[in-house]
Design a protein around this ligand. Sequence first.
Ligand code: HEC
Ligand code: HEC
Length: 251
Amino acid sequence: MRLLFALLATGVYAQTRESNPYSLKDAAALAHGKQLYSYYCVFCHGMDGVSGRGAQLASTYRKHGSSDREMYRTIADGVPGTEMSGHWIDEDEIWKIVLFVRQFEAGAAAKRCAAPGDAARGESIFNGKGGCRNCHSKTSRLGPDLAGIGASRSIEHLRESIVEPDKAISRAYRVARLKTVNGESVRGILLNQDEYTVHVLDAAERIRSFRRTQLAELALPKESPMPSYAKTLQASEIDDVLAFLCAGGSR
Ligand code: HEC
Ligand code: HEC
């Protein structure tokens, strides 16, 4: 028994470090990490950390944890049930690879918030002229709360959401357009529908329920409840709003 403890303690079950012994300032370690990465990882993750078929590494989001220790484990043990298998590589070398992957993250974080606009002006457009807060606030049900959105979305995605909202619509916000037999028209977010009824959240955040027999028309067009701002905001104003979202969004 004592022998077993001795073996455990001396590293037969090598306990890895909690954090990376190398830092991004260590050019030699980084260069070696890049070399190892281009050998072991490039096939699935691309040299830019984006173009491969594996998870996007040039990102600040990590599904399997972003601490040094978690990244180490992901690389050493792989992700069960996916193409990402474990790697039988020296501990020292894995840390250098983690270092190289960290450099992608730093790049992604800088790029993410490289919106050229002015965050303070963006905030007043968000609350005022743009009317964004009407739908995007903690209390509104007309759109998702955007607090912290800058941390998880690319600047390209945010820009597209504002100028071309119909391009990618979240499933939670499907538009329903309906006309009743009495001639009333309602456009809203589809909440629920079954064989007999349709429930919609209208622009005033009222829940409207209709029996299907009351409806003359019901359409579920592929459009976002959010209007496009390509024409109503100037390019510089959109940059300002983006800077606001990057800096944390709806406070
Ligand atoms: C055969 C393809 C393949 C190879 C080779 C590969 N990966 Fe992966 N990797 C994947 C896939 C697929 C995933 C996504 C797993 C999932 O669905 O969660 C992944 C996930 C990851 C994650 C987790 C991302 C997250 O969001 O948490 C990291 C980190 C990672 N890989 C790093 C590496 C590194 C570093 C190497 C080289 C040592 C490597 N991978 C080699 C396919 C690969
Ligand atoms: C009429 C309500 C409404 C208004 C006004 C509105 N939005 Fe939206 N917005 C939505 C809804 C609903 C969604 C989610 C559906 C979708 O993806 O299109 C959304 C999605 C977004 C997203 C993407 C969120 C994500 O998770 O990817 C961003 C960014 C965004 N809006 C920013 C803005 C900004 C900036 C303004 C003002 C210039 C604005 N919105 C005005 C309703 C609105």
